[in-house]
Structures are given as structure tokens and as C-alpha cells.
Design a protein around this ligand. Structure first.
Ligand code: SAM
Ligand code: SF4
Length: 475
């Protein structure tokens, strides 16, 4: 029996368990998927309705290859219809890998003695941030192990340091967090430091599996973790990101768990999560998990498409855990954010690009080693609009993805022009000549598509200002 201090117990009635495995299995085992029903469900999603658990199970249970294709096509249409071609770019920045937990899938776990433990000093954090700014980044996610040293105050301080770094024309304009759960006062301290999204992944919604892979530390408390983002909401953080680590348990159960988590937020806080992440287990130092539930590539594409349709209004994040060819394929099915130029080694960004990853220095293996400039070049040449936009967050328009989704014309009025402005900044400050040429050609094409003359004139004016040295212009 583990002892949890009083402050770690769940006090509020609203934070009671909401995952019922029997309910989830009754849908997976009971719901029939025929062609007509699958089409009805896809249509409902394309009408911008969040799917129920029963409807999600209809998509999960559709295994006929033609129906699977229709689901993927539905996800693709939804992405095109609702979000367009913009892809938001960010980078993870690991601040410290001390950890008191024992998650069997993670290289940072306490029992892993082979890992070199580092907590970045202020100077190192500034150097890392500067290196990321010099790549062209404007949005970071700061990542921490779970350790008494990484208190709410420590995290708030590191956020302040990152926001304080300015280099040449660059700066970080949005800091998101992926860290351990806090109590409500702790989340308040972090909120006050000016963060964007707070991400916490449940890893698995299946409690027996959760207990099997989390062998020690505070993280072993399933309920404490499940209710973490409720406490964040109570503390005023309404931009929260959920996720499941695919490969620990049956992916169908995890998809249903994520959708149930979404329903819970909608019911209690009247706002769903800002983002959903779907990391797939990768190799890590002394990785120690059963292999029965590892998710194959075709299942992964299916589950991402189902999630896109099930929760049409959230942002979906796909990281460099996946190789470039999977990322390129899945981008089309509704992903809205990707990382670029990722380096998981603590202090690694200021050392420059690494060719071979050393697992004693990172949490897990990444499989997309492309630099940010390579990714930008490829996105532009494939017709996507890479975006570093942070306008909504900075103008207090929280829930940017929800706005894009729910406010008619929002994308044309705000998201696309702002994406183009941040792209122009990138082209001026960081792009190679060839990318710059292709980037401005894309900007010209997209401006033609906007068809709102007044706005187009104002947008062109702002782009000219960027060319003459102005920065941080947005609508
Ligand atoms: N320590 C904090 C926590 O556990 O909540 C911060 C998160 S951890 C640094 C980021 C995420 O990486 C975890 O939530 C987990 O989903 C994921 N992760 C851990 N080990 C992984 C692996 N071997 N492959 C892929 N993702 C992994
Ligand atoms: Fe620690 Fe997070 Fe890794 Fe678990 S996943 S061992 S909590 S860093």
C-alpha cells in the first residue's frame, strides 16, 4: 500500500472516477457496424457533431477494408473542410529528467540507473531556448520528469526564463507544459506564469494495465492522474491536453477512454480538451513492457482517423516519435500540430543536430530526425501552410482550435492570414533561398484564395512591413 499525502487525495465530488471499463467494453462488444450506420456516423461528424461512445464504437468495429477507407476519407474531408491546410509547428524542450516514478516504458524511470540525470541550469535553459529561437521556433512545450525538485514554483520560474529570452528577431511566444499532475494551488502557480496548454497523458485508461506498468511513485495512483486536468480546470487552466500512450493496452479501449474523457470535460466544465495526443510506444533504455498490444501502422492510421471524426473540434498532435513517412501520411487525416527539429537530449539543441540518438540521454527513441528547415521546406512544397501563430492565446482568445471549428469564417479571417504572417517572418529570418522562394509563392497563392478584399489589402500591407523588418504582426 502506497502512502499518499493528504494533498494528493481527491477532494472534490466533480473529480470522481468517470471511466467505467464495463461500459466501454459493452459498446465495443455490443455495437454493430454496417455500411449504413458507419456512413450515418461519418456524416454526423462532418456536420461537426462530437460523436457519442456508441457512435465511436461503430467506427471502431468497422473492419471491412472498404469501410475503413470511408472512415479515413471522412477524416480527410473533415480536416480539409474545417481546418484547411495549416499545420502548427512546435518543439519539445526537456528541462529535467529527474524522476521518482517507475513507468516501465520510460527511459527516465527511477530504476533506470544508466540514464545521465540533468536539470538544466538557468544558463543552459537560456542556451537551449536561444538555439530553438534560432531555428525559427515560436512555440515550445517544456517537459519535466516527476520529482520534488520540479515543484510548481520551479516550473513557473522556468516558463518565465523561456519567455524572457530574445535573440535577433526571435522569441518564444507560447509555452505549453507536459509535466506531472499538481494539486489545485500548484496548477494556479503555473497558470499565473502565462502558460498555454497543460498536457497530461493518462497513458492507459485501463486501470489493471495502468497498475502493471506504473510500478512506483506518485504516478502509480491512477485516480490522481485521471483527475489531474480537472484540478487544472479548477485552477483556471482551461487549455488542457489529453493523451494515451498507444501500445500498453487494446487501442480500441484507449480510443473509447479518450472520448469518455472528452465527454467528462464537456459535461463538467462545458469545454472539451484543447488537444489530443496519441503517442505510440517507441524504444527506450531498458524498455520493459509486454508486446501484446503494440499498435501496427495500419491500426494507427485507423485510430487517428477515428479520433479525428469522434472529436472534430480538438487539435491533434503528432510527434517525431513517428517516422517521416507515417507523419506525412497521417497529416492528411486531421493532425493540426507537429514538432520539428526535435532533440530529446537534455541540453541537445545547443549542441546542434545529432545523427545518432543515445538512449541514455533521452526519454525514448525518436524516428523523425528532420530539422525544422527540412520540415518547413517539405510542408511548403506539399501545399501545407506551416504556422507559428500564437495570436489567439496572446489576445485572450482561448481555445483556438474550438474557435476555428465553431465560429463561421474564423479561419479565413484570422487563422490563415496569421499563419501566412508567421510564415513570412520565418522566410525572412530563417529560411534558405530555395524555401524562401517557394514560401512566398505559396503566400501569394493563398492570398488569392482568401477573396476578402479589405482583409487581403491589410494582410499584404502587413507582409510588406515584415519584409522591411517589422515582426509579430497579427489579426
Ligand atoms: N513525466 C511527466 C509525466 O509522465 O506525465 C511528463 C511526461 S513524459 C516526459 C511525456 C510522455 O512521453 C509520457 O506521458 C508518455 O506518454 C510518453 N512516453 C514515455 N515513454 C515513452 C516511450 N517509450 N515511447 C513513446 N512515448 C513515451
Ligand atoms: Fe517519469 Fe514521466 Fe518517464 Fe514516468 S513517463 S518515468 S513519470 S518521466
Amino acid at each position: 500500500m502506497i502512502y499518499y499525502p493528504e494533498k494528493y487525495r481527491i477532494a472534490d465530488k466533480r473529480m470522481q472516477p468517470f471511466i467505467d471499463p464495463d461500459e466501454i467494453w459493452s459498446y465495443i462488444n455490443g455495437v454493430k457496424s454496417d455500411k449504413q450506420r458507419v456512413r450515418e456516423v461519418i456524416k454526423s461528424s462532418l456536420d461537426k457533431k462530437r460523436l457519442s461512445l456508441e457512435e465511436t464504437a461503430v467506427l471502431i468495429n468497422a473492419t471491412d477494408p472498404d469501410l475503413v477507407e470511408e472512415i479515413k476519407e471522412g477524416a480527410r474531408t473533415l480536416k480539409e473542410k474545417v481546418y484547411g491546410e495549416r499545420i502548427v509547428l512546435f518543439a519539445p524542450l526537456y528541462v529535467g529528467d529527474l524522476c521518482t516514478n517507475n513507468c516501465q516504458y520510460c527511459g527516465f524511470r527511477a530504476s533506470n540507473k544508466g540514464v545521465k540525470r540533468i536539470t538544466l541550469s538557468e544558463k543552459q535553459l537560456i542556451a537551449e531556448t536561444t538555439a530553438l529561437i534560432d531555428q525559427g521556433h515560436k512555440r515550445l512545450i517544456l517537459v519535466y520528469g516527476e520529482h520534488p525538485k520540479y515543484s510548481a514554483e520551479f516550473i513557473a520560474e522556468t516558463v518565465g526564463i523561456v519567455y524572457g529570452v530574445k535573440h535577433n528577431n526571435g522569441e518564444i511566444r507560447r509555452v505549453n507544459i507536459n509535466a506531472a499532475p499538481f494539486d489545485i494551488p500548484g496548477f494556479r502557480v503555473i497558470k499565473d506564469s502565462g502558460i498555454g496548454t497543460f498536457q497530461i497523458f493518462q497513458e492507459t485508461y485501463h486501470e489493471p494495465t495502468y497498475m502493471k506498468v506504473h510500478l512506483g511513485g506518485i504516478k502509480r495512483n491512477y485516480q490522481w492522474r485521471l483527475t489531474a486536468l480537472d484540478r487544472a480546470q479548477e485552477a483556471g487552466i482551461d487549455d488542457v491536453g489529453i493523451g494515451a500512450l498507444f501500445g500498453l493496452y487494446d487501442w480500441r479501449f484507449e480510443v473509447m477512454g479518450l472520448v469518455r474523457h472528452v465527454n467528462h470535460f464537456e459535461a463538467v466544465y462545458n469545454v472539451g480538451p484543447h488537444t489530443i495526443s496519441f503517442p505510440r510506444i517507441q524504444n527506450a533504455l531498458s524498455l520493459d513492457i509486454e508486446k501484446d498490444h503494440l499498435v501496427k501502422d495500419d491500426e494507427f492510421v485507423r485510430l487517428v482517423s477515428i479520433l479525428r471524426l469522434a472529436v472534430p473540434y480538438t487539435g491533434m498532435i503528432l510527434t517525431a516519435r513517428e517516422p517521416a513517412h507515417i507523419r506525412d501520411q497521417i497529416l492528411r487525416f486531421g493532425v493540426s500540430q507537429i514538432d520539428g527539429g526535435t532533440n530529446l537530449e537534455l541540453g541537445g539543441y545547443s549542441k546542434g543536430k545529432q545523427d545518432q540518438q543515445d538512449l541514455t540521454k533521452g526519454q525514448f527513441q525518436i524516428n523523425d530526425n528532420r530539422s525544422l528547415s527540412e520540415i518547413m521546406d517539405e510542408l511548403i512544397k506539399s501545399g501545407y501552410i506551416p504556422s507559428f501563430c500564437t495570436a489567439c492565446y496572446r489576445l485572450g482568445r482561448t481555445g483556438e482550435h474550438f474557435m476555428e471549428f465553431s465560429v463561421p469564417g474564423f479561419i479565413k479571417r484570422y487563422c490563415t492570414p496569421n499563419a501566412l504572417l508567421t510564415l513570412a517572418e520565418y522566410l525572412e529570418d530563417y529560411a534558405a533561398d530555395d524555401t524562401k522562394k517557394a514560401g512566398y509563392k505559396l503566400i501569394d497563392e493563398k492570398i488569392k484564395d482568401l477573396q476578402q478584399e479589405q482583409k487581403v489589402a491589410r494582410l499584404q500591407e502587413k507582409i510588406e512591413k515584415i519584409k522591411t523588418g517589422n515582426r509579430d504582426l497579427y489579426f
